[in-house]
Design a binder for this molecule. Structure first.
Ligand SMILES: NC(=O)c1ccc[n+]([C@@H]2O[C@H](COP(=O)([O-])OP(=O)(O)OC[C@H]3O[C@@H](n4cnc5c(N)ncnc54)[C@H](OP(=O)(O)O)[C@@H]3O)[C@@H](O)[C@H]2O)c1
Length: 375
């Protein structure tokens, strides 16, 4: 990985007091060039020092650099000096707030679902589809009024993120997939804080997470698909994997795990005969991301760690590997219905949320999308 010589970039965090926001604070407080400059949350928190506003749920203390920062309301005027704004906002409010920040020529990296389906907003899992940054100029140009710097870029739903990484590795090695079945066992931190009541989740599995199955089935196509000409108008569009239709069926469950989403995945390849389990293991282990190759400091060295043990990955043992920035896969074996099945584990608050946003912002710096006056 090449060394970076990037100057400091001031950053803001919206939703800084929430589950994802706290992970942003932890990661950014150790970042080599992003420097926390402004924090935002609801009017309940605004005006308080961060340490008073937050219900801190991390295993290390509130970083000294932010403890006394005063939390603001999520208004662009408080973030105007920020080269990058990270958003861990509740989706009930993220739409309007992120839009106001974009109009104010700010660059927003969002975890919320609101703009993931926007035809001009890239939905980027940084270990998979950094090429979708190519849609940023079109988003700026088609905005009314056109923008010089501002744009919104989102990362994916936390379960989508875990599964698209091995799927991308398999398509890169063996060509298009035809179908995919996914069953998730999702941690309770995925629902934010305080989230699901303890009496509903202890000693229990809840076989429903509102909207989650549709997100996995739709977002995966946008992420794994390419960018194509949108008719003869000179515009580009996400092709939604349209050249090789991919059928995906997801079933989502909430389980009494605090952090780390586990997913059981079966896939069918277009190519016949399909690869063997050993070929699949080798392809997964060999997969490297653009984020790592380009030198993003937060990129995991091993994009996918392939376990040989029969009983791994497990959330408690594997969620913090590489600070939760990579994805763990195990139990790669033949599927009697489709071709190959395996188990994926991804840390929902790290690569499933804050780490993805930070990696996307690092890619934006490397690709020249962060204006130089903010450094
Ligand atoms: N948790 C995950 O694993 C995960 C993974 C991927 C994506 N996401 C997405 O990331 C976002 C945040 O999730 P979370 O789990 O961190 O939620 P959370 O713990 O409920 O935190 C929500 C944050 O939004 C702020 N907020 C709420 N209402 C607001 C308002 N009216 N104006 C300004 N700020 C407001 C809260 O501030 P106060 O403290 O002041 O109320 C808090 O900082 C959601 O869109 C979620 O879908 C979450």
């Amino acid at each position: 990985m090449p060394p970076h010589d990037t100057k400091e970039v001031k950053v803001g965090v919206l939703g800084a007091t929430g589950t994802v926001g706290q992970r942003f604070i932890l990661l950014l407080s150790q970042h080599p060039y992003f420097v926390i400059h402004a924090l935002g949350a609801s009017s309940r928190s605004a005006g308080k020092r961060y340490s008073q506003a937050v219900t801190w749920k991390q295993t290390s203390p509130v970083p000294a650099a932010v403890r006394n920062l005063v939390v603001n309301e999520c208004k662009p005027e408080f973030f105007k000096d920020c080269g990058v704004v990270f958003s861990g906002l509740d989706s009930d409010v993220a739409g309007d707030i992120e839009s106001a920040f974009r109009i104010a020529e700010l660059i927003v990296f969002s975890n919320a679902k609101n703009y993931r389906r926007d035809p001009h907003v890239p939905l980027i899992v940084p270990l998979v589809n950094s090429s979708h940054f190519a849609m940023v100029p079109q988003q700026r140009a088609l905005h009314s009024p056109p923008l010089k710097n501002g744009f919104i870029l989102t990362n994916a739903n936390c379960s989508t993120t875990g599964v698209v990484v091995p799927l991308a590795a398999l398509e890169k090695a063996f060509g298009p997939l035809e179908s995919c079945m996914i069953t998730t066992m999702q941690a309770i931190s995925g629902a934010g804080y305080p989230g699901i009541p303890s009496l509903d989740i202890m000693d229990n599995v809840v076989p429903y997470i509102s909207g989650e199955e549709e997100k996995i089935e739709w977002e995966t196509l946008k992420i794994l698909g390419g960018i194509a000409d949108d008719g003869d108008n000179g515009l580009k569009a996400f092709d939604m994997h349209g050249k090789h239709p991919l059928r995906i069926s997801a079933s989502c469950n909430r389980v009494p795990v605090i952090e780390g989403h586990t997913e059981c995945v079966s896939v069918r390849f277009a190519r016949r005969p399909p690869p063997s389990p050993q070929q699949v293991r080798e392809a997964l282990a060999a997969y490297t991301s653009d984020a790592y190759a380009l030198g993003c400091p937060s990129a995991p060295r091993h994009t996918i760690f392939v376990h040989e043990e029969a009983d791994r990955p497990q959330p408690r043992l594997d969620r913090d590997y590489q600070m939760g920035a990579g994805v763990s896969v195990g139990r790669v074996r033949q599927c009697r219905v489709l071709d190959i099945k395996f188990v994926v584990l991804a840390n929902n608050v790290a690569i499933g949320a804050a780490t993805s946003s930070i990696l996307n912002a690092e890619l934006a710096v490397l690709k020249g999308y962060i204006p130089s006056h903010s450094t």
